[in-house]
Design a protein around this ligand. Structure first.
Ligand SMILES: *Cc1c(COP(=O)(O)O)cnc(C)c1O
Length: 490
C-alpha cells in the first residue's frame, strides 16, 4: 500500500516522501487509503506505555520506519520535555474524562505533534537521500507557530518561517513567538487574518516549490497527524484503568476543532480498530463545520469573527478534505468539491455521504459568552480550571449528551493551558481586571492555586528577537529574500 493524493489515485508515494513534501503536487493531501487493511494490533497497543503506543502507531502508519527507529524518535521527541510524567494525563471531571494535551514545552496540544515532526522529517530525509536543506513554511493561528519553532529550533538541515495574523493572536502567544530563540527560525506578522496567512502559504507552495525545497509543519502534513493518533489510544487506556469502560466499549470524543487535524486523528484511531464512537466537532462562533455536519453544505461565505478561542477561528478547515476522501473513497469527487470551494467558496455533499458523516460525527458550537460561563461553572462545580478552547468543547459535550441520551462515555480533549488565555479566565472567575495579560496570569495563580506552567513564567521580561511584518501580497517576496540569505542574522 502507498500514500496517495486525496485528489488523484495516480499520485502515489511512500511515507517518507509524503512527510517531506507536505502537500501533494496536485494540491491534494496525502492519505493512506485503506487503514483497516493494516490489521493494526490495537488491543496489544493499549497495554503499552505512551512511548510504546507511539512506536506501534508511528511505525504502522509511516511504515518505512521500523518499530525500533520509531521508538528512538519518539523517545528523543518527548522525554524530559513534558511537565507531566504521564504525557497526556486524563482527569475525571464530573461524568466525563478531560484529556490534558498541554503539558509540553509550549503549553498547547500542538506540542504533541510538533516535538516529533522534525525528527520524522529528518529520518525521512535520510531515507530519501536528501542532502539539500529544507525550508518549512507555516501559517499559524497562534499555537502552531510557537510549537513548531520550539520543535524545529536548531535541528540541522532545516529552517522554518512562521507567518501569523498580526492582530489575530493573544499577547501571550505573540510574545511566546517573538521571543523564540534558534538560528534557524523566523517569525513574520501578516496584515490579515489566519485564512489570509494560510492561503498565502499555500500559494507560495504552488509558486515556489519548483525552485526551493519547501515543506510544511501545518496539519496538512501527514507527519503532523500521525503523532496525534497516539493520545486517543492513551485516553482509552486511561479510561480502562479508571474502570469507566471495559475493553471493547466505545468512547465518544469531543474535540475543539479548527483545521480539523486533531479530530481527524481520532477518526484514524477508529479506523485502526480503537473503539471510537461518535466524534464530536466543537466550534466557536466561526461555526462553518457545525453547519456542514448538519446540512452537508460547506459555505465559507460568512463573516470572520475573532473569538476568545482564537486557535479555532478558521473558515477553511484543510483536513476536512481527508475526511471527504475517507468517506467517499472517490478522488474525483474530492477534487471537484475542492474546486468548488476554491471557485464558488462552497460545496454541497451528496446525500448518502452526508448520512455517513452524520453517523460518525456530531457537531455544535458555542459563543464567547457561553465559553466564559462554562469556565466559571466548571470551576464552581468541579474546581477544575480550563482554557477557552477546552471550555467550548465542554459546553458542546453537554449539548451532545443532552441530545443523545444513549451516548457512550465521553472524553473531552483539552488543548491548551488556561494560562495561555488569561483574559477570559479572569473574566470567568470575576477577578479584578487590572494590568496586562502577564499580570493577569499571576493573579489567576494566586486566586486559584492552579500552578502556572514553567515555560510561561517570566514571559513578560523575555527579550523580543523578531520584528518582521508584511502585507498579504508581500509574503512570497519575504520567503524568497529569506531563502536567499545563507545565514539568518538575529
Ligand atoms: C490548533 C488548536 C485547536 C484546533 O485543532 P485543529 O487540529 O486545528 O482542529 C484547538 N485548540 C487549541 C488550543 C489549538 O491550538
Amino acid at each position: 500500500m502507498n500514500y496517495q493524493s486525496t485528489r488523484s489515485s495516480n499520485i502515489k508515494t511512500d511515507p517518507s516522501h509524503a512527510v517531506l513534501q507536505g502537500l501533494a503536487p496536485d494540491g491534494g493531501l496525502y492519505v493512506l487509503p485503506d487503514l483497516a487493511s493494516l490489521n493494526f494490533d490495537w488491543r496489544g497497543t493499549l497495554k503499552l506505555d505512551y512511548y510504546g503506543m507511539a512506536a506501534n502507531i508511528v511505525s504502522a502508519l509511516l511504515y518505512d520506519l521500523s518499530r525500533e527507529e520509531a521508538l528512538g524518535l519518539v523517545r528523543s521527541a518527548y522525554e524530559h520535555r513534558f511537565s507531566s510524567h504521564d504525557l497526556t494525563p486524563l482527569r475525571p471531571v464530573g461524568d466525563d474524562g478531560v484529556l490534558e494535551l498541554f503539558h509540553g514545552p509550549t503549553s498547547a496540544f500542538k506540542d504533541m505533534a510538533l516535538c516529533l515532526l522534525p525528527r520524522l522529517m529528518k529520518a525521512a530525509g535520510e531515507k530519501c537521500g536528501e542532502t539539500e536543506d529544507v525550508l518549512i513554511l507555516t501559517a499559524t493561528s497562534g499555537d502552531t507557530g510557537k510549537a513548531a519553532m520550539e520543535g524545529f529550533r536548531d535541528v540541522p538541515g532545516v529552517r522554518i518561517i512562521v507567518f501569523y495574523p498580526k492582530s489575530g493572536v493573544s499577547p501571550v502567544q505573540e510574545v511566546q513567538m517573538l521571543s523564540q530563540q534558534g538560528g534557524n527560525v523566523k517569525v513574520c506578522a501578516v496584515e490579515g487574518n489566519f485564512d489570509d496567512a494560510q492561503t498565502g502559504v499555500k500559494q507560495i507552495f504552488s509558486q515556489l516549490s519548483g525552485s526551493l525545497r519547501l515543506s510544511s509543519a501545518n496539519s496538512i502534513n501527514i507527519g503532523r497527524l500521525v503523532p496525534q493518533v497516539v493520545y486517543y489510544f492513551s485516553a482509552y487506556a486511561s479510561m480502562l484503568r479508571l474502570g469507566r469502560i471495559g475493553l471493547g466499549d466505545k468512547l465518544d470524543f469531543v474535540v475543539p476543532t479548527g483545521n480539523f487535524g486533531d479530530i481527524l486523528a481520532g477518526y484514524i484511531a477508529g479506523e485502526l480498530g480503537l473503539p471510537v464512537g461518535r466524534l464530536v466537532c466543537a466550534s466557536n462562533v466561526n461555526n462553518v463545520l457545525t453547519d456542514f455536519f448538519r446540512t452537508g453544505c460547506y459555505d465559507r461565505r460568512r463573516p470572520f469573527h475573532r473569538s476568545l478561542s482564537p486557535s479555532m477561528d478558521i473558515l477553511v478547515s484543510s483536513n476536512l478534505e481527508r475526511l471527504l476522501f475517507y468517506l467517499s473513497g472517490d478522488c474525483r469527487l474530492v477534487s471537484s468539491l475542492m474546486n468548488q470551494l476554491d471557485k464558488n467558496s462552497g460545496y454541497q455533499l451528496p446525500q448518502e455521504l452526508m448520512k455517513k458523516a452524520q453517523q460518525r460525527f456530531y457537531a455544535s458550537w458555542c459563543d464567547d459568552a457561553s465559553t466564559v460561563e462554562t469556565i466559571a461553572s466548571v470551576w464552581r462545580e468541579h474546581h477544575y480550571l480550563m482554557d477557552t478552547h477546552t471550555a467550548v468543547a465542554w459546553n458542546v459535550a453537554q449539548q451532545y449528551k443532552a441530545a443523545n441520551p444513549g451516548h457512550d462515555p465521553v472524553v473531552i480533549l483539552s488543548t491548551a493551558s488556561p494560562y495561555k488565555f488569561p483574559g477570559a479566565v479572569m473574566e470567568a472567575l470575576k477577578l479584578e481586571h487590572t494590568g496586562d495579560e502577564f499580570a493577569l496570569m499571576d493573579r489567576i495563580e494566586q486566586a486559584t492555586g492552579v500552578p502556572m506552567p514553567e515555560n510561561l513564567r517570566g514571559l513578560r521580561q523575555r527579550p523580543r528577537l523578531h520584528f518582521d511584518c508584511v502585507s498579504k501580497s508581500g509574503m512570497k517576496d519575504y520567503v524568497m529574500e529569506k531563502a536567499a540569505e545563507k545565514v539568518w542574522k538575529k
